[in-house]
Design a binder for this molecule. Structure first.
Ligand code: ADP
Ligand code: MG
Length: 396
């Protein structure tokens, strides 16, 4: 699929409506983590430098179509101004008279933030009237909110059909990285899928077995696959009612020529807590009263060997209960190997998922991956092979 970028647009003297994701955490009236705000800087800077007026469109929290004062985007202004290094004007509503008046007051290079789009019920219902009200405010639509692109909302989908539309820098980087990992990757391709449950990642596993050469399964969901192979996993987290589904995924993988790699050894403990007494046993030797909480060292060797043979890696889900030491060991070791191969130019590595990003940060290697997606649900839907409405709407 092709889409335009900022490079295809002429912003001089024009008003750009830029959909961003600045749904940042706030405590006691202050932004506690400005990461999402910092990520929109390249797009805003570029449009300003080219003489455009920047009007930011965003949602904040879940006000469900009503004005909820605690969910006003006004709280983000100081963090926005600090990140952008320029004053940011604010309009009390994203459409209508307050928005029109604030847009009319903008000079080229200036920035305006419009109030929470979700204060209107039409946002989440993808209402054409709300989209038209937004579109009337400018001449070019820029979507820089990949993380909101899995939702067909008025400010992410309907509006893109009403005016010239393009991807912002962040959206562009995300789409290119994801395409390099699953769209048209250098082979062989390995995928790591870990995390707690098979049931939350069925579509993802089903899509991956058709696209990758090696599927490494770890975390709690590996237990379900072990059960599906007739192996006892004691008191481990496992979805026994998913065994049949796991067998179907393995059959589909075989047909597609994708090898599935399960743990060969595991770290077991009797308690789920940091520092719990643990030992390493063969994957088929989990004691009846113990839980598998991590992959063992032989499994890590097997995984790093697969990484070394591959050119592309896509990763979602930790290999163990990484929040509590020592059960973060396999995740850390595999992550370090992926980082090392990436630094050496041998591997394109893309990872995403809330806990996955946390685990890679904890391992201290997130900066070495080719791309880390912080898009959460949108990243997972993309891994499931779904078309994201906000991306599709940018298509030529
Ligand atoms: P993501 O948010 O990256 O998509 P998930 O939410 O699917 O990842 O999975 C992360 C969770 O899986 C973590 O809370 C981790 O503790 C848990 N987990 C991983 N391995 C195990 C295991 N063997 N037993 C219990 N929980 C596990
Ligand atoms: Mg999670």
């Amino acid at each position: 699929m092709s889409w335009k970028t900022l490079d295809d647009m002429d912003f001089k003297g024009k008003t750009a409506l830029v959909r961003v994701d600045i749904n940042v955490p706030v405590e006691a009236g202050r932004v506690t983590d400005a990461t999402r705000i910092e990520k929109i800087v390249p797009t805003v800077r570029d449009i300003r430098a080219r003489g455009g007026k920047v009007v930011l469109l965003a949602h904040f929290g879940r006000p469900k179509g009503k004005v909820v004062p605690e969910m006003s985007l006004r709280v983000t202004l100081p963090a926005l101004e600090a990140a952008l290094g320029t004053p940011v004007a604010f309009a009390e509503d994203c459409v209508g008279a307050p928005a029109k008046k604030a847009v009319a007051a903008l000079a080229p290079g200036e920035v305006l933030l419009l109030e929470n789009t979700r204060f209107h019920a039409g946002e989440e219902s993808n209402d054409p009237t709300l989209a038209a009200g937004l579109a009337a405010l400018g001449q070019i639509y820029v979507n820089d909110a990949f993380s909101a692109a899995h939702r067909a909302h008025a400010s992410t989908e309907a509006i893109a059909h009403l005016m010239p539309a393009c991807a912002g820098r962040l959206m562009e980087a995300e789409l290119k990285a994801l395409d390099a990992a699953l769209g048209d990757p250098e082979r062989p391709v390995a995928a790591v899928v870990g995390g707690a449950k098979v049931s939350t990642k069925l579509d993802l596993l089903g899509n991956l077995v058709e696209k990758v050469d090696h599927l490494i399964i770890g975390g709690g969901m590996a237990n379900t696959f072990l059960v599906a192979r007739g192996i006892e996993v004691g008191a481990s987290l496992a979805e026994r009612d998913m065994a049949e589904t796991a067998r179907a995924i393995m059959a589909k993988a075989k047909e597609a020529g994708c090898s599935i790699e399960l743990p060969v050894d595991v770290v077991v403990a009797r308690e789920f807590r940091a520092g719990a007494a643990s030992r390493t046993v063969a994957a088929d030797a989990c004691p009846a009263d113990a839980m598998i909480l991590d992959a063992g060292p032989d499994t890590v060797d097997m995984i790093t060997e697969v990484f070394a043979r591959c050119r592309t890696l896509i990763w979602n889900g930790p290999l163990g209960a990484f929040e509590i030491t020592p059960f973060d060991a396999a995740t850390n070791a595999a992550a370090r190997k992926a980082a090392e191969l990436t630094r050496g130019g041998r591997l394109v590595s893309v990872a995403g998922g809330g806990d996955t990003v946390a685990a890679l940060n904890k391992a201290g290697v997130a900066g070495d991956f080719t791309f880390i997606s912080t898009a959460g649900g949108a990243f997972l839907e993309w891994m499931e092979g779904k078309t994201l409405p906000g991306v599709a709407a940018l298509g030529a």
